[in-house]
Design a protein around this ligand. Structure first.
Ligand SMILES: [Zn+2]
Length: 283
Protein backbone atom coordinates (compact mmCIF):
# COMPACT_ATOMS: atom_id res chain seq x y z
CA UNK A 1 0.00 0.00 0.00
CA UNK A 2 1.26 3.47 -0.86
CA UNK A 3 1.07 6.29 1.63
CA UNK A 4 2.95 8.70 3.84
CA UNK A 5 5.35 7.04 6.26
CA UNK A 6 4.46 8.01 9.83
CA UNK A 7 8.11 8.39 10.79
CA UNK A 8 10.02 9.96 7.88
CA UNK A 9 6.91 11.48 6.21
CA UNK A 10 8.08 10.34 2.77
CA UNK A 11 5.45 9.12 0.34
CA UNK A 12 6.29 5.54 -0.56
CA UNK A 13 5.30 1.91 -0.31
CA UNK A 14 4.25 1.17 3.27
CA UNK A 15 4.79 -2.18 4.89
CA UNK A 16 2.26 -3.96 7.02
CA UNK A 17 3.58 -4.00 10.56
CA UNK A 18 2.50 -4.93 14.05
CA UNK A 19 1.77 -2.53 16.86
CA UNK A 20 3.39 -4.91 19.31
CA UNK A 21 6.63 -6.18 17.69
CA UNK A 22 6.14 -9.62 16.20
CA UNK A 23 9.00 -11.29 18.08
CA UNK A 24 7.17 -10.59 21.34
CA UNK A 25 4.00 -12.39 20.33
CA UNK A 26 6.06 -15.14 18.72
CA UNK A 27 7.81 -15.70 22.03
CA UNK A 28 4.49 -15.81 23.88
CA UNK A 29 2.98 -18.17 21.33
CA UNK A 30 5.51 -20.83 22.24
CA UNK A 31 3.81 -21.13 25.61
CA UNK A 32 0.65 -22.83 26.64
CA UNK A 33 -2.80 -21.76 25.73
CA UNK A 34 -4.27 -21.43 29.16
CA UNK A 35 -1.53 -18.97 29.99
CA UNK A 36 -2.32 -16.92 26.95
CA UNK A 37 -5.87 -16.56 28.14
CA UNK A 38 -4.50 -14.31 30.84
CA UNK A 39 -4.50 -11.50 28.35
CA UNK A 40 -8.26 -11.32 28.34
CA UNK A 41 -8.33 -8.00 30.10
CA UNK A 42 -11.94 -7.35 29.29
CA UNK A 43 -14.24 -10.29 28.52
CA UNK A 44 -16.98 -7.99 27.26
CA UNK A 45 -14.80 -6.44 24.61
CA UNK A 46 -14.74 -8.30 21.30
CA UNK A 47 -11.41 -9.76 20.32
CA UNK A 48 -9.86 -7.66 17.59
CA UNK A 49 -9.11 -9.40 14.35
CA UNK A 50 -5.98 -7.53 13.56
CA UNK A 51 -3.36 -5.40 15.17
CA UNK A 52 -1.61 -4.68 11.92
CA UNK A 53 -1.29 -1.35 10.21
CA UNK A 54 0.43 0.23 7.24
CA UNK A 55 2.56 2.68 9.15
CA UNK A 56 6.19 2.67 8.02
CA UNK A 57 8.22 2.62 4.81
CA UNK A 58 10.85 -0.07 4.30
CA UNK A 59 13.70 2.23 5.39
CA UNK A 60 12.05 3.09 8.69
CA UNK A 61 10.93 -0.48 9.31
CA UNK A 62 14.59 -1.43 8.90
CA UNK A 63 15.71 1.19 11.46
CA UNK A 64 13.39 -0.41 14.02
CA UNK A 65 13.98 -4.06 13.24
CA UNK A 66 17.73 -4.01 13.98
CA UNK A 67 17.06 -2.82 17.52
CA UNK A 68 14.19 -5.27 17.95
CA UNK A 69 16.52 -8.13 17.11
CA UNK A 70 19.06 -6.94 19.69
CA UNK A 71 16.39 -6.57 22.37
CA UNK A 72 15.13 -10.05 21.64
CA UNK A 73 18.61 -11.62 21.73
CA UNK A 74 20.13 -9.72 24.62
CA UNK A 75 17.18 -9.03 26.91
CA UNK A 76 14.00 -10.94 26.20
CA UNK A 77 15.33 -14.42 25.52
CA UNK A 78 17.88 -14.47 28.40
CA UNK A 79 15.12 -13.31 30.77
CA UNK A 80 12.58 -15.83 29.55
CA UNK A 81 14.90 -18.80 29.41
CA UNK A 82 17.29 -18.16 32.30
CA UNK A 83 15.60 -15.33 34.18
CA UNK A 84 18.66 -13.11 33.62
CA UNK A 85 18.01 -9.54 34.70
CA UNK A 86 21.45 -7.99 34.58
CA UNK A 87 22.98 -7.11 31.23
CA UNK A 88 25.10 -4.64 29.31
CA UNK A 89 23.58 -2.51 26.61
CA UNK A 90 24.39 0.13 24.07
CA UNK A 91 22.26 2.85 22.50
CA UNK A 92 20.04 0.23 20.86
CA UNK A 93 18.08 -0.25 24.10
CA UNK A 94 17.24 3.44 24.38
CA UNK A 95 16.28 3.44 20.72
CA UNK A 96 14.16 0.30 21.04
CA UNK A 97 12.16 1.63 24.01
CA UNK A 98 11.65 4.95 22.23
CA UNK A 99 10.45 3.21 19.06
CA UNK A 100 7.83 1.16 20.91
CA UNK A 101 6.65 4.19 22.92
CA UNK A 102 6.55 6.40 19.83
CA UNK A 103 4.37 3.98 17.91
CA UNK A 104 1.73 4.08 20.65
CA UNK A 105 1.98 7.87 21.04
CA UNK A 106 1.64 8.30 17.29
CA UNK A 107 -1.84 6.77 17.31
CA UNK A 108 -2.81 8.86 20.31
CA UNK A 109 -1.72 12.07 18.62
CA UNK A 110 -3.57 11.09 15.44
CA UNK A 111 -6.71 10.76 17.51
CA UNK A 112 -6.08 13.72 19.78
CA UNK A 113 -9.77 14.56 20.19
CA UNK A 114 -10.26 11.13 21.72
CA UNK A 115 -7.64 11.92 24.33
CA UNK A 116 -10.03 14.44 25.86
CA UNK A 117 -12.84 11.88 25.81
CA UNK A 118 -10.52 9.41 27.49
CA UNK A 119 -10.07 11.84 30.36
CA UNK A 120 -6.84 13.64 29.57
CA UNK A 121 -7.04 17.32 30.36
CA UNK A 122 -6.44 19.94 27.72
CA UNK A 123 -3.17 20.98 29.31
CA UNK A 124 -1.60 17.59 28.70
CA UNK A 125 -2.37 17.50 24.95
CA UNK A 126 0.51 19.82 23.88
CA UNK A 127 2.92 17.79 26.06
CA UNK A 128 1.79 14.56 24.41
CA UNK A 129 2.14 16.05 20.91
CA UNK A 130 5.54 17.46 21.73
CA UNK A 131 6.74 14.11 23.09
CA UNK A 132 5.66 12.37 19.89
CA UNK A 133 7.58 14.88 17.78
CA UNK A 134 10.58 14.72 20.08
CA UNK A 135 10.68 10.92 19.78
CA UNK A 136 10.17 11.04 16.02
CA UNK A 137 13.13 13.38 15.52
CA UNK A 138 15.35 11.20 17.69
CA UNK A 139 14.32 8.02 15.88
CA UNK A 140 15.16 9.65 12.55
CA UNK A 141 18.60 10.67 13.81
CA UNK A 142 17.80 14.38 13.67
CA UNK A 143 18.34 14.68 17.40
CA UNK A 144 20.96 13.03 19.60
CA UNK A 145 18.66 12.30 22.53
CA UNK A 146 15.15 12.89 23.85
CA UNK A 147 14.53 16.12 25.68
CA UNK A 148 12.84 15.72 29.05
CA UNK A 149 11.83 12.10 28.49
CA UNK A 150 13.29 9.24 30.52
CA UNK A 151 13.30 5.61 29.42
CA UNK A 152 13.17 2.74 31.91
CA UNK A 153 13.13 -1.04 31.80
CA UNK A 154 11.65 -3.21 34.56
CA UNK A 155 11.66 -6.98 34.79
CA UNK A 156 8.40 -8.23 36.25
CA UNK A 157 9.39 -11.07 38.51
CA UNK A 158 9.57 -12.10 42.16
CA UNK A 159 12.86 -10.38 43.02
CA UNK A 160 11.89 -6.83 42.15
CA UNK A 161 10.04 -4.47 44.46
CA UNK A 162 7.33 -2.55 42.61
CA UNK A 163 5.21 -0.15 44.65
CA UNK A 164 6.18 -2.09 47.76
CA UNK A 165 4.96 -5.41 46.43
CA UNK A 166 6.28 -8.12 44.18
CA UNK A 167 4.82 -9.75 41.11
CA UNK A 168 5.27 -13.34 40.12
CA UNK A 169 6.96 -13.90 36.79
CA UNK A 170 3.89 -15.84 35.69
CA UNK A 171 1.59 -12.81 36.11
CA UNK A 172 2.68 -11.07 32.91
CA UNK A 173 5.08 -13.43 31.16
CA UNK A 174 2.45 -14.02 28.49
CA UNK A 175 1.08 -10.52 28.41
CA UNK A 176 1.57 -7.95 25.69
CA UNK A 177 -0.09 -4.57 25.96
CA UNK A 178 0.71 -0.90 25.99
CA UNK A 179 -0.85 2.52 26.22
CA UNK A 180 -0.50 6.12 27.31
CA UNK A 181 -1.28 6.55 30.97
CA UNK A 182 -1.87 9.76 32.87
CA UNK A 183 -2.50 10.43 36.50
CA UNK A 184 -4.98 13.23 36.93
CA UNK A 185 -4.00 14.36 40.42
CA UNK A 186 -0.34 14.96 39.53
CA UNK A 187 -0.60 15.50 35.76
CA UNK A 188 2.12 12.88 35.26
CA UNK A 189 2.28 11.12 31.88
CA UNK A 190 3.79 7.78 30.88
CA UNK A 191 3.89 5.50 27.87
CA UNK A 192 4.01 1.98 29.24
CA UNK A 193 4.30 -1.40 27.56
CA UNK A 194 4.43 -4.87 28.97
CA UNK A 195 6.24 -7.14 26.53
CA UNK A 196 6.12 -10.78 27.61
CA UNK A 197 7.06 -10.04 31.22
CA UNK A 198 9.26 -6.98 30.66
CA UNK A 199 7.89 -3.52 31.29
CA UNK A 200 9.28 -0.59 29.34
CA UNK A 201 8.29 2.97 30.24
CA UNK A 202 8.90 6.37 28.71
CA UNK A 203 8.18 9.08 31.26
CA UNK A 204 6.89 12.23 29.59
CA UNK A 205 6.03 14.00 32.80
CA UNK A 206 7.11 12.79 36.22
CA UNK A 207 4.97 12.84 39.31
CA UNK A 208 6.50 14.67 42.32
CA UNK A 209 7.33 11.38 44.04
CA UNK A 210 8.95 8.73 41.90
CA UNK A 211 11.67 6.24 42.63
CA UNK A 212 13.35 4.18 39.95
CA UNK A 213 16.34 2.11 41.02
CA UNK A 214 18.43 0.13 38.50
CA UNK A 215 15.88 0.76 35.75
CA UNK A 216 17.13 3.91 34.04
CA UNK A 217 18.25 3.42 30.44
CA UNK A 218 20.95 5.78 29.25
CA UNK A 219 21.33 6.74 25.61
CA UNK A 220 24.92 5.52 25.72
CA UNK A 221 26.47 2.20 26.79
CA UNK A 222 25.40 1.09 30.25
CA UNK A 223 24.50 -1.80 32.47
CA UNK A 224 21.21 -2.80 34.06
CA UNK A 225 21.78 -4.30 37.49
CA UNK A 226 19.46 -6.21 39.75
CA UNK A 227 17.58 -5.74 42.10
CA UNK A 228 15.14 -3.16 40.78
CA UNK A 229 12.98 -1.02 43.05
CA UNK A 230 10.26 1.23 41.68
CA UNK A 231 7.68 3.49 43.28
CA UNK A 232 5.59 5.27 40.68
CA UNK A 233 1.94 5.87 39.76
CA UNK A 234 2.54 3.92 36.53
CA UNK A 235 3.15 0.71 38.51
CA UNK A 236 -0.48 0.99 39.58
CA UNK A 237 -1.30 -0.07 36.03
CA UNK A 238 0.29 -3.47 36.64
CA UNK A 239 -2.02 -3.95 39.59
CA UNK A 240 -4.98 -2.80 37.52
CA UNK A 241 -4.15 -5.13 34.63
CA UNK A 242 -3.58 -8.02 37.01
CA UNK A 243 -7.03 -7.49 38.53
CA UNK A 244 -8.61 -7.24 35.07
CA UNK A 245 -7.05 -10.52 34.02
CA UNK A 246 -8.23 -12.27 37.19
CA UNK A 247 -11.73 -10.85 36.76
CA UNK A 248 -11.91 -11.88 33.13
CA UNK A 249 -10.84 -15.42 33.94
CA UNK A 250 -13.47 -15.65 36.66
CA UNK A 251 -16.29 -14.19 34.60
CA UNK A 252 -15.74 -16.17 31.48
CA UNK A 253 -18.10 -19.06 30.88
CA UNK A 254 -16.86 -22.37 29.53
CA UNK A 255 -18.37 -21.78 26.10
CA UNK A 256 -16.90 -18.28 25.99
CA UNK A 257 -13.51 -19.71 26.82
CA UNK A 258 -13.77 -22.27 24.05
CA UNK A 259 -14.85 -19.63 21.57
CA UNK A 260 -11.98 -17.41 22.59
CA UNK A 261 -9.47 -20.21 22.20
CA UNK A 262 -10.71 -20.75 18.65
CA UNK A 263 -10.28 -17.06 17.89
CA UNK A 264 -6.80 -16.98 19.37
CA UNK A 265 -5.77 -20.00 17.35
CA UNK A 266 -6.84 -18.19 14.21
CA UNK A 267 -5.14 -14.93 15.05
CA UNK A 268 -2.79 -14.85 18.05
CA UNK A 269 -1.33 -11.43 17.28
CA UNK A 270 -4.75 -9.88 17.00
CA UNK A 271 -5.69 -11.18 20.37
CA UNK A 272 -2.73 -9.51 21.95
CA UNK A 273 -3.51 -6.13 20.47
CA UNK A 274 -2.26 -3.24 22.47
CA UNK A 275 -4.97 -1.58 24.41
CA UNK A 276 -5.68 2.10 24.08
CA UNK A 277 -7.42 2.12 27.40
CA UNK A 278 -6.75 4.93 29.76
CA UNK A 279 -7.63 5.08 33.36
CA UNK A 280 -7.35 7.95 35.74
CA UNK A 281 -6.96 7.36 39.40
CA UNK A 282 -8.23 9.85 41.87
CA UNK A 283 -5.95 9.68 44.84
ZN1 LIG B 1 9.84 6.11 6.57
Amino acid sequence: MEGTCALCHNYSDLLESHRIPKFITRSIKKHSFTKRLRNASDPNKPVQDSDKDYLLCATCEERFSKKETLFNQKVLQPFRSKRLTSFNYDEWLYYFITSVSWRTLYYDVMEADQLLERGFNEKSIPAIKQAEQNMREYLLGEKKFLENIDNHIVFIHEENVLNNSSYDYSTFCNGAFGYLYGQKSTGSLYVLHVLAGIMIVSIIKKSPAERWKNTFVKMEPGKIKSTQIVSSPVIGELEYQKEQIAKAMKNMSKSQQEELIKKIEKDPEGFLKSSSAIKYKKQ
